[in-house]
Design a binder for this molecule. Sequence first.
Ligand code: ADP
Ligand code: ZN
Length: 618
Amino acid sequence: MSEVTRSILRETFGYAQFRGQQQAIVDHVAEGGDALVLMPTGGGKSLCYQIPAIARQNAGQGVTVVVSPLIALMHDQVGALLEAGVDAAYLNSTLDWAATQDLERRLARAEVTLVYAAPERVVTPRFLELLDGLAARGKLALFAIDEAHCVSQWGHDFRPEYRQLTLLHERYPGVPRIALTATADALTRADIVERLQLEEACQFVSSFDRPNIRYAIAEKKEPMAQLLRFIEGEHAGEAGVVYCQSRKRVEEVAASLQGAGVNALPYHAGLDVAVRQKHQDRFLREDGIVVVATIAFGMGIDKPDVRFVAHLDMPKNIEGYYQETGRAGRDGEAADAWMAYGLQDVVNQRRMIDESPADEEFKQVMRGKLDALLALAEATDCRRVRLLRYFGEASSACGNCDNCLSPPEVWDATDAARKLLSTVYRVQQQSGIGFGAGHIMDILRGKVTEKVKQFQHEKVSTFGIGAELSEAQLRSVLRQLVATGAIAVNAERFNTLQLTDGSRAVLKGEVPVRLRESASAPAGRKPRTSKPRSERVAPAAAPLDAPGQALFAALKSWRAEVAKTHNLPAYVIFHDATLAAIAQRAPHTLDDLQGISGMGATKLEKYGEDVLRVCQQG
Ligand code: ADP
Ligand code: ZN
């Protein structure tokens, strides 16, 4: 079987090699085995069912039914398959009556290789009748259930319609099934197996590492300026997503970026549906759009060349963070996950949990999850090791995160933390009311402000005992104390600081507090250096020289034209990497185009001449 599947990979998709576990999965399913595939975003799940579907159709076994939750996704996936010369179609409400009937006729004759449909469509009597007909003639080749975590309430996108899919196995026990998801945790996995009756299926679990994504978490100072520096410095003209907590922030940030000349568009649930759709389409179809969004944006975005995901506000937990950052770099090329976080994020997230109507037990779980994310943000060691450990995977320092690339200075803040807590305590004792962070820091640093005079806080015994500490250092101590629950910020009383049960151990010096040196602290810190992207993880090819660059640009604008005529995203025609490889080779004949990754037989036939023409003119 591997001969057959490998030749489909080469001929149809134009790829030289399978990635990771693809080959094992593809062969197992093509031979009629059931499979549960857990693979991170960008791992290459689609080929895991597309190649078996083609192999089985070629062997006379008929049609593969792909269950997919989103109509928007089906259109582009089917478009990509048609481009590669595979007979694929989708059946959904966007088809008119005539097109539906035509497709149904072709399906009944088993002429289609893959048909995509939403779960609620698959279980309609009309569709089942079609399947019955196919099954009776041995022409039902395979069921592929994409985004299989939707079947579980523990997954992040529970869709009750997925529950009805058990029907498929009961009705067509002889038809193999493959379920695929990028959701990692064990609870969800067990639930998928049970719900879809996949007990007998072979499980293929890949590492959840995304080695091409560089993780960096910066202290939030002037978030807009930091974001702009990040985008202009590392990702000018590239596609990316910026996540913010609220709709209002989304609007503000999008406007600021536009003002600075970035091609940015807002996206949140408060926008008109048509506007949202338009912005998403532009993001998918045009080059170099930055979408500024709430978390409403993302599900079903399988654009492969998103070069960065930035968080301007902290997500709720590591699952959310990993899922959102995972939308960067699906194509395996270098990408960045960048987050700015500060004290206010910690305060906000804690408050949201405290004020939620959930029961105490649930809140406790949420607090635990938040703490894990805070620990990641404050970490002074490898971010990736911590992320993977959270998902139950052991690894060693990655060399591709901010902490690995420029290890932060660490200082012992135990003493500073004690001074801070005892100031809070004494001021509360003396005045009978609480005070905010700014005032507490003024006292500690011995600043005689109006407020200090007003409350006679220069008489507090800790006044000035922290004069050697910078404000940045004290802020980071405070953040850590809030993060670990050793101090609370009372939102109902003007954000005043209050001691908690957790304060005592720190006050007594029982828990050491070790912190990353704040970037603005005076300590002799090495400047942060970032390698240019061309030197990053496994570059596919040597960087292009000047004529190569010009050719690459010409190919891109040719691709944009083609994509527009076909009403498809540009990457469906050719990936950037494919265009770069063409530019590198500067081909003269069709033969020169053979073997370029992403150049399958159909595309060579369809576009080969055009590509050569662009190359001659370039
Ligand atoms: P997932 O669904 O797991 O997020 P996709 O199936 O969308 O990932 O694949 C991610 C990208 O990797 C796609 O653009 C796909 O064309 C590419 N890809 C997948 N498998 C291979 C391979 N064996 N060689 C080269 N590129 C691949
Ligand atoms: Zn690292």
